[in-house]
Ligand binder design. Sequence first.
Ligand SMILES: C[S@@+](CC[C@H](N)C(=O)[O-])C[C@H]1O[C@@H](n2cnc3c(N)ncnc32)[C@H](O)[C@@H]1O
Length: 246
Amino acid sequence: MASSSRTIVDQKDYDLFKNLSSNWWNNPDMKLLRSTCNLFVPYICEKIQESYENKPLHSLRILEVGCAGGFLTEGLAQAGCNVVAIDVNKELIEIAKAHLDLDSSLPKIIYLTESIEEHCIENRQKYDVVLSNFVLEHVDEHDYFIKCCSDCLKPSGLLFISTIAKTFWSWICTIVLLEYILGIVPLGAHDYYKYINASDAECIIRSYGFAIKNTRGIFCNLLNKTSFFVPTNAFAYIIFAARNAE
Ligand SMILES: C[S@@+](CC[C@H](N)C(=O)[O-])C[C@H]1O[C@@H](n2cnc3c(N)ncnc32)[C@H](O)[C@@H]1O
């Protein structure tokens, strides 16, 4: 692991994810996150193929940052992507590796216990695509996190970042309902002050030389724990950006 002088990992979040790790794939409360990953896989693959003129997905180097137990990673691998997936949480990477071993039909995935701030030191301009799915709302410094993701991309690479908006409605849904009323997510799992609106995240992404190609709002039905795209970014969203694009 490369040494890094700067870390943006929150110790409280590290412990929270460590505690969730043993039951990651069997926890019914994770259905919401899995449903969002299932929604994103075809969207992400379609955007990658459009941008790289239908190059085979396996020929592109894809980095997933903050892969946790591997919901999105496995979905992408099943769709034919060649993925390196990193997470700072050692316990979750072990769970992701163990789950991958259960299914011999899955293509190889490289899982590494590493933060993005460590990974970017020795992997500058290495990847065609960098993805981060619901990680930004867990990091202390949005700008530095996005910079580290951007550093790992080739000059014409693609970036996908999803996170939770900083609005009254997202607070009601993700903290009041999910944590306090329904108990689907442990208390303290989300920190409203780390949420960021799509326009602010887009602004940071643009400052690293990207053009925003598409931003899609997401909403979740908390009763049946399914996610779908909506025409507002007021709850959560995924940003798709490309460097050197007009
Ligand atoms: C909500 S989970 C992500 C879910 C996952 N992307 C998925 O699609 O299933 C957030 C993850 O981000 C990881 N994380 C937080 N800060 C990180 C950093 N700076 N570098 C790498 N991983 C990080 C946490 O350890 C945690 O596993």
